[in-house]
Design a protein around this ligand. Structure first.
Ligand code: NAD
Length: 514
């Protein structure tokens, strides 16, 4: 992606004729004269496109349209909805390289990770297609004669999806693909930092839905900043709000949705650690820690931020880490020779610098120094050096998530101490232990072990598969998305009892004779 010619080729192949505020309008996105959002690439600072912002009035009519679409969409058999989602997966296969490149260019992650993100979308479409024939309820034994009791699942209605910049398209698809097969319709508010890839996705799904004669409004896109997110969270017509982003955002969304007794799924910040025990295979632990810490330039919710290392292997592992960090190449993420791309914007760079200063102030000692990179190839001002600090576990900085490649390492003596340090943060998303010792591994996975939503053995903290339920505890919000039975959160449960006898026996043996 060296110049705009490449970009316009991509837009052309994605059937986006012109790069102007109107092209994300589509038929169901409801853009109007709400001003524009400029998307500038963190890769080279160049403008990718401007996208129209959704006005409050347009938002209102989008949600109305979605609600109307729901009453038709819910009546379409689920396997038929699954077939439409399958076709969307095929569309993504066709455009994987172009969309993946655009994700990489707009967000700044490596091309491999951009392509991986689109692959994740394809995978969830496959998963949702199969799921469309498996939305099972259970039957229960009734205590009353001549009665049948069972549970069934119905869609909730309009699902609002608020997504973060770091997975600009995959997180939407995790929610939307599952929500659609369940019979819901979706209104998506992507991050204002990545509006272009969102508009492309809307274009792709819009074409698939139209080809299949689906009602207009099954997939809606609204574009704007947090103000629009707040509007969405407070809208009573939106039955479920699935919000992915910072814990600060989650607190606000949770309160707004709860105050109207709506449903929410919250996928918030992480502060993930790997415990490296004296029984670890360091040849596995090393790449897991390095990829976990510097992949996506430390901007994954599952990024490894803390290493808790047994004192016996501490020095050996530290030397290996320092050597590995020397090999890291920071630069244009579309150049596959580079390991680390830019941060999303200069505000993120300022947060990184503030965290480095705070860490030093609190007594941290940098064994791999950080800093902002300048000069050739770094003109966007968003490239920073991945760094490592030795810290003591009680430092305040360890309690917060800084969305940047800063790795904190600390020493422990006993496994109980390691688990205590591990759990002593407010977030609870992803966790890992590196050990070949069965007792240690099982202890980490036991009820007294990791308190996170994801707990891995001999795998790092980042890079989850869509087949599992994804999400975390504590300040990570408690929500689950994607695989396993996460679909239940997108549906409402109905318990039905049918009396086929000629009497009306009451439950608990209660007598009510007339
Ligand atoms: P952010 O919270 O700044 O923004 C996320 C989204 O929320 C954006 O669309 C934004 O416009 C919207 N928003 C912000 N404030 C809002 C409010 N008060 N009401 C409604 N909407 C609001 O987060 P970000 O910087 O885009 O993303 C990084 C954060 O997201 C990190 O904390 C990361 O850990 C988290 N994240 C979590 C997961 C997960 O699955 N747990 C996945 C990806 C990212």
């Amino acid at each position: 992606m060296k110049n705009h010619t490449d970009l316009s080729e991509i837009f052309k192949r994605l059937s986006i004729a012109t790069v102007n505020p109107a092209w994300s309008t589509g038929k169901v996105s409801g853009m109007a004269d709400g001003g524009i959002i400029e998307s500038n690439s963190p890769v080279d600072g160049r403008r990718i496109a401007s996208v129209g912002q959704t006005t409050p009035e347009a938002f209102d009519s989008v949600v109305d349209r979605a609600a109307t679409a729901f009453s038709a969409w819910r009546d379409i058999p689920s396997p038929r909805r699954g077939e439409i989602v399958r076709q969307f997966g095929d569309e993504l296969r066709k455009h994987k390289h172009d969309l993946g490149t655009l994700v990489s260019y707009e967000m700044g992650k490596s091309l491999q990770e951009g392509l991986g993100e689109v692959q994740e979308m394809i995978d969830i479409c496959d998963f949702a297609t199969g799921l469309s024939r498996q939305l099972y309820g259970v039957t229960m034994q009734s205590e009353r004669p001549g009665h049948r009791m069972y549970e069934q699942w119905h869609p909730v209605g309009v699902v609002g999806i608020i997504s973060a910049f770091n997975f600009p398209v995959a997180v939407w698809s995790w929610n939307a693909a599952i929500a659609w097969v369940c019979g819901n319709v979706c209104v998506w508010k992507p991050s204002e930092k990545t509006p272009v890839t969102a508009a492309v996705c809307q274009q792709l799904i819009g074409a698939v839905l139209a080809r299949n004669g689906a009602p207009e409004g099954v997939s809606c896109l609204v574009q704007g900043d947090r103000t629009l997110g707040e509007r969405l969270a407070g809208d009573r017509r939106i039955a479920l709000v699935s919000a992915t982003g910072s814990t600060r955002m989650g607190r606000s969304v949770a309160a707004a949705v709860a105050s109207r007794l709506g449903k929410s799924i919250l996928e918030l910040g992480g502060n993930n650690a790997i415990i490296v025990t004296e029984h670890a295979d360091l040849n596995i632990a090393l790449p897991a820690a390095v990829f976990g810490a510097v992949g996506t330039a430390g901007q994954r919710c599952t990024t490894t931020r803390r290493l808790i290392i047994h004192e016996e292997v501490y020095d050996t592992f530290k030397t290996k880490l320092m050597r590995a960090y020397e090999q890291l190449r920071v630069g244009n993420p579309l150049d596959e020779k580079n390991h680390v791309g830019p941060l999303i914007d200069r505000e993120a760079v300022a947060n990184y610098e503030a965290a480095l200063a705070a860490c030093k102030d609190q007594g941290g000692h940098f064994i791999v120094a950080g800093g902002v990179l300048q000069g050739d190839g770094y003109e966007s001002g968003c490239y920073v050096r991945p760094c490592i600090a030795e810290v003591s576990p009680d430092m305040a900085i360890l309690q917060t998530e800084t969305f940047a490649p800063i790795l904190y390492m600390m020493k422990y003596t006993t496994i109980d101490e390691a688990i205590r340090i591990h759990n002593e943060v407010p977030q609870g998303l992803s966790s890992a232990i590196m050990t070949l010792d069965l007792r240690e591994a099982e202890r980490f996975l036991s009820v007294a072990g990791s308190d996170c939503g994801i707990a891995n053995v001999n795998i790092g903290t980042s890079g989850a598969e869509i087949g599992g339920a994804f999400g975390g505890e504590k300040e990570t919000g408690g929500g689950r998305e994607s695989g396993s039975d996460a679909w239940r959160a997108y549906m409402r449960r109905q318990t039905s009892t049918i009396n086929y006898s000629d009497a009306l026996p009451l439950a608990q043996g209660i007598k009510f004779d007339l």
